[in-house]
Write a protein that binds this ligand. Structure first.
Ligand SMILES: [Cu+2]
Length: 502
């Protein structure tokens, strides 16, 4: 036992020496393990050297390592900003933020640092706010000293006694509402020897959101207290809005690289079952604690908790991060992407993209055509071509999972929409199938199907009209145009009354 302790101390000392030379340690994996034994709670004496201004970053970026081998006085300046932003395509929400983003700015200090914290509340704010940092030892984690009215600033100082990754959040009443509006972020207290170097560090934080309108209902959506109390979120999101980390905003890495994610969960209500589809976490510091767990598939992140997750990329492709409470991922937005670019590694994985399997339209939120059509519709100038273009985008992922991108369906399972004599007989059947679903026997091009298509009435009248127009004008179907009013009329129909026609 004594020998082990001695070895650990020596290794730790070596790590320290590496840091004081000014270059980040390149100790590699073995040193990494040795240095994570967990330095206990520690004061490391008074701050040394000149005060340092902390570099704060917006998600998904993480500030650079402190690269310090001594405790310093670190000045943090954070401003609370209340602002309207997009929570999903075409959906606006009034967020309350630390630093203008959800989650708030990432703060990075070193264990032993003395942190002089300045909290400002923007003059145009409507509410007072404060901050409770889970990395603070003291009443309210700073909340008691940081209550700040609009246009004011408060200051308090704390010593970062414990290393780890910690959540911070607003704790002004009603606390739940402040958190639900996006008031949370992460502060990393590095161990004295620093974290082992990796190729990429990213900042990802989950949160649940409550709007009076339904999921993806357009326009400005107010906070819904009732839903929040019932813990029934409209959105569950990574980094504050749907698509924050997909498409051209996806996180990136190369093959054969190490990735470290600082993953927080602001809640206010849900626990996250954090998982990256197609990856295994080589190493996790669950709950942000010191003792690592290895070879983990899914890690639980409590509301008001965080974890450090590390893995190594082998095979290029899109890796989808989800809350594995899976309806949250596909129906409430809890989905992000890490794109690994580079040559295939067929020895480990044979190939073929996973995007469309899991994501459909969410992998590439290329909804420009949809926006164009929505604008044209609002202006009363929507053309058939615009409808077809928008419908094509919406079809991908919504209908194509079953009927396939080329409309051919799947033999014996999903009927073809291409050159469908069932559609040709009555083009309105497309609109009905979408809004009311379809079950029982149908014969399409001589083949009988007896299955179930679920209704897709979460789509708006515009979307139904555009998808229908696209289907009618594709793959040798008879053509025609469906308007939003027609979709609304079909939506209002009693599906049982039209059942006879099917
Ligand atoms: Cu607040």
């Amino acid at each position: 036992m004594k020998h082990l302790l001695l070895a650990a101390t020596l290794l730790a000392a070596a790590g320290l020496a590496g840091c004081s030379s000014g270059t980040p340690g390149v100790g590699g994996a073995n040193a990494a393990m040795a240095t994570t034994g967990g330095s206990a709670k520690g004061d490391f004496g008074p701050p040394m050297g000149e005060p340092v201004h902390a570099i704060l970053t917006s998600p998904p970026q993480v500030p650079p390592p402190t690269n310090r081998s001594y405790p310093a006085k670190v000045i943090v300046e954070l401003e609370v900003i209340e602002k309207e932003m997009e929570i999903s395509e075409g959906v606006r929400y009034t967020f309350w933020t630390f630093g203008g983003t959800v989650p708030g700015s990432f703060i990075r200090v070193r264990q032993g640092d003395t942190v002089e914290f300045h909290l400002k509340n923007a003059p145009d704010s409507k509410m007072p706010h404060n901050i409770d940092l889970h990395g603070v030892t003291g009443p309210g984690g700073g909340a008691a000293s940081s209550f700040t009215a609009p246009g004011h600033e408060s200051q308090f100082t704390f010593k970062a006694l414990n290393q780890g990754i910690y959540v911070y959040h607003c704790a002004t009443a009603p606390v739940g509402m402040h958190i639900a509006n996006g008031m949370y972020g992460l502060i990393l207290v590095e161990p004295p020897e620093g974290l082992p170097p990796v190729d990429h560090e990213y900042y990802v934080m989950q949160g649940d959101f409550y709007t009076t309108g339904k999921y993806r209902e357009k326009g400005h959506q107010p906070f819904d207290m009732e839903k929040a109390i019932d813990e029934n979120p409209t959105y569950v999101l990574f980094n504050g809005h749907e698509g924050a980390l997909t498409g051209d905003k996806a996180l990136v890495a190369g093959p054969n690289q190490t990735v470290r994610l600082f993953v927080g969960n602001g809640g206010p209500n849900l626990i996250s079952s954090f998982h990256v589809i197609g990856e295994i976490f080589d190493r996790v510091q669950p709950e942000g604690g010191t003792h690592p767990q290895e070879n983990v598939q899914t890690t639980l992140i409590p509301a008001g908790g965080a974890a450090i997750v590390e893995f190594h990329t082998e095979v290029p492709g899109s890796y989808v991060m989800v809350d594995h409470s899976i309806f949250r991922a596909f129906n409430k937005g809890a989905l992000a992407i890490l794109k690994v670019d580079g040559p295939e590694n067929k020895a480990i994985y044979s190939g073929k993209e996973v995007d469309s399997v899991y994501l459909g339209d969410r992998s590439e939120p290329n909804l420009k055509a949809v926006r164009t059509a929505a604008k044209a519709h609002a202006a009363g100038k929507l053309t058939k071509d615009e409808q077809v273009a928008a419908g094509k985008q919406l079809f991908t992922g919504t209908c194509s999972v079953c009927h396939q991108d080329n409309g051919e369906g799947l033999k014996g399972v999903f009927p073809p929409l291409a050159k469908s004599d069932y559609i040709a007989a009555d083009p309105k059947r497309v609109v009905r199938a979408i809004l009311h679903g379809l079950s029982g026997k149908v014969t399409v091009n001589g083949t009988e199907y007896n299955s179930v298509m679920p209704p897709m009435n979460q789509l708006t009248d515009d979307e139904v009209a555009n998808i229908s127009t696209y289907v009618l004008n594709s793959w040798g179907n008879p053509g025609g145009q469906v308007g939003a009013q027609e979709a609304a009329a079909v939506r209002a129909e009693n599906p049982n009354a039209t059942q006879a026609e099917h």
